[in-house]
Design a protein. Structure first.
Length: 164
C-alpha cells in the first residue's frame, strides 16, 4: 500500500476530505541538480491538494492521518489515464484516414488530424464516465489507514508551515 500524510479538512458520512501536499520524489534523487523534472518541481513547489477518501476510523477535522491506496489501483489508474486517450487518439486518426480513403479524400492530413482529436475526446469522455462509476465503489478509493503518530507538516506555497 502506498501511503501519504494528510490533514482531515471536513467529513461527511463515511467520507473525509484530506489535504495533502503534492510533491515530487526529486528531493531524494541524486541527480536532482541536473534534471529538468527537478527544476520544474522546484519552480512549482509543493501545492496543497484536497482528496475525498474513505474514513473507516472516524477521523475528525483537524486530525493528522495517513491515507493509503493500493499499488494495483494506482498502476491500473495510471495505465488507464495514459493508455486509453493515446489508443483512442490513434484509433480515431486511423479510422478517419480509412474513411477518407473510402470517400476519395486522400492527399490531406486534415481527416486524420480531426479523427485523432475526436478519438482523444472520446477517450477522455470514456475515462470521465468510468471514473464516476469507480468513485462509488469503495474498493476503488483511497482510505484513511490510521491516525498519524506525529503532527503532519505541510509546507504552504508561501513558505509558512502549518505544523502544530
Amino acid at each position: 500500500m502506498i501511503e501519504e500524510n494528510g490533514r482531515v479538512v471536513r467529513t461527511a458520512g463515511e467520507s473525509a476530505w484530506v489535504q495533502t501536499a503534492r510533491r515530487s520524489s526529486c528531493g531524494s534523487c541524486s541527480a536532482r541538480s541536473g534534471c529538468g523534472t527537478g527544476a520544474l518541481a522546484g519552480l512549482f513547489g509543493a501545492r496543497l491538494h484536497e482528496v475525498e477518501v474513505l474514513n473507516p476510523i472516524g477521523a475528525q477535522p483537524g486530525e493528522d492521518v495517513i491515507v493509503g491506496i493500493s499499488e494495483s489501483l494506482l498502476v491500473r489508474g495510471s495505465v488507464m489515464l495514459y493508455l486509453v486517450p493515446l489508443l483512442a487518439l490513434v484509433a480515431g486518426a486511423l479510422l478517419a484516414e480509412a474513411l477518407a480513403s473510402q470517400l476519395d479524400m486522400t492527399g490531406s492530413e486534415l481527416p486524420a488530424i480531426l479523427g485523432g482529436i475526436a478519438g482523444l475526446a472520446v477517450g477522455f469522455l470514456w475515462l470521465r464516465w468510468r471514473n464516476r462509476r469507480w468513485s462509488s465503489d469503495p474498493a476503488q478509493r483511497a482510505v484513511i489507514v490510521r491516525r498519524a503518530a506525529q503532527p503532519v507538516t505541510v509546507n504552504f506555497p508561501s513558505g509558512k508551515s502549518n505544523a502544530n
